[in-house]
Design a protein around this ligand. Structure first.
Ligand code: IPE
Ligand code: IPE
Ligand code: MG
Length: 239
């Protein structure tokens, strides 16, 4: 099964849009909630593998600011799964030295989920292993608008001068402030769009769009994407 060759360049920062749970449920004649539940199994494996491979940062898109538009039943099922995930996985993740960061508007989440998310961050915040970033109630444009608001406030308070605002400073006001730029962006299920994910951070990311639905995304598929990344020629605008 397409193993990772150890000499190759691993991306420092992998981002994944975990898409296709709904279609997987439909294909298997199951309720959509079961598609999401199966998706969580994939997520567990990909986190474990990323940690074992020594990838520096893994950022996963779990729930967008636009996903509130879905049927309340589906949103409820996603919220339940989220709570379940953070309750059942936190011990193992902490043991594996994983450092969890939530990207997105945590304050606006329902109370129980909010507590679980803050707890996960405070409990693992000092860990030095895989940086696991989970985007929940996240939107890329909202993130940039928030950064602009915070910068404007710091200028008004005299903490920084307007002339000091450059690309690096803007990046330092994003949720991802201490993370390297995204090297590899993977979106499963064949869709080829960003859906408001990491707009600023993907400026020079390499993209991979495997056809498989997220619940069917295996370690072999992950290795394939990592190997393909190792063969890409990245130019960053140079010769
Ligand atoms: C992605 O799967 C998971 C979330 C958005 C939470 P979808 O639910 O979007 O799956 P499809 O796109 O309908 O197949
Ligand atoms: C993006 O997928 C969000 C997540 C995977 C969490 P969507 O399924 O919500 O995106 P669109 O609606 O197809 O663009
Ligand atoms: Mg989708």
């Amino acid at each position: 099964m397409g193993d990772i060759s150890m000499q190759q360049t691993l991306p420092r920062h992998v981002a994944i849009i975990m898409d296709g749970n709904g279609r997987w449920a439909k294909k298997n004649k199951l309720r959509v909630a079961l598609g999401h539940r199966k998706g969580v199994e994939t997520l567990r494996e990909i986190i474990r593998e990323s940690s074992d491979l020594g990838i520096e940062a893994l950022t996963l898109y779990a729930f967008s600011t636009e996903n509130w538009k879905r049927d309340p039943q589906e949103v409820g099922a996603l919220m339940d799964l989220l709570l379940e995930f953070f309750t059942s996985e936190i011990d193992e993740l902490d043991e594996k030295n994983v450092c969890i960061l939530i990207l997105g508007d945590v304050e606006a989440m329902p109370e129980k989920q909010k507590q679980a998310l803050y707890n996960a961050m405070s409990r693992t915040g000092k860990n030095t292993g895989l940086k696991l970033n989970i985007a929940i109630n996240y939107g890329g444009r909202a993130e940039i608008a928030r950064a602009a608001r915070l910068i404007a406030q710091d200028v008004a308070d005299g903490k920084i001068r307007a002339e000091e605002i450059d690309e690096k400073l803007v990046a330092s006001y994003l949720y991802t402030r201490d993370l390297p730029d995204v090297d590899l962006m993977i979106r499963t299920s064949g869709e080829m769009r960003l859906s408001n994910f990491l707009l600023y951070q993907c400026a020079y990311a390499e993209f991979d769009f495997p056809e498989v639905l997220w619940p069917d995304f295996t370690l072999a598929e992950y290795h394939k994407a990592l190997n393909a990344f190792g063969k890409r020629e990245r130019r960053f605008g140079g010769r």
